[in-house]
Design a binder for this molecule. Sequence first.
Ligand code: PGA
Length: 225
Amino acid sequence: MKPIIIANWKMNPLNSKEAFALAKKVANGVKGFTGKVVLCPPYIYIPQLLASKNVEIGAQDCSWQEKGPLTGEVSAKQLKALGCSYVIVGHSERRKYLAETLGMVRAKVEAALRVGLSVILCVENVRELQIIMKKMKRSKNILVVFEPSSAISTQGGKRITPENIATMVGAMKKITGRNSPVLYGGSVNATSIAAIMQKGRVQGVLVGAASLNAKEFISLIKKVA
Ligand code: PGA
């Protein structure tokens, strides 16, 4: 399976000029990479980044509803119509600061799958994955990301050993299927990526802080190539 490297830009950068410049540098820098690179910018930058070469574009969230009176929300159907191919769902920052429940996460996964988006499903542990996936049909369009919140760079950046990552990957694949992709997220950078990819038995990574620096992000990707 091809490696997949996903950039989670979170609420960055500050304006569309910087967003465009960052995407352009990354797109040029990853030319020739045989895996997949997905950039997930804030919603407002998506339209201008969709034409970027060598990368795919995803959103950082979607609504659980298709349309209707939900102020501030954006639906999976709207993202698909815009040209997005991926959406991050269940990120621990949304769970923590925006009170997103596992029920909401599950409904978002279903909404995204219905319209043909690939879901980047963040979970902190096996229990969460079990609850979200209960009685849900397995899908090759679900990319599970094992991302313990304590490992995120802005939340302490606790180091999880590649061996521990591999154990979790094995446990998660028991739920989603042997051939389904499981990724890792949490303080991944150009230094830690090689061991995570080789010994962590992951198919890829979700990168936050290190994806905001084009040079660092490109060098991280080159270590995977
Ligand atoms: P980090 O963020 O790489 O800065 O730890 C990852 C994430 O929150 O998805």
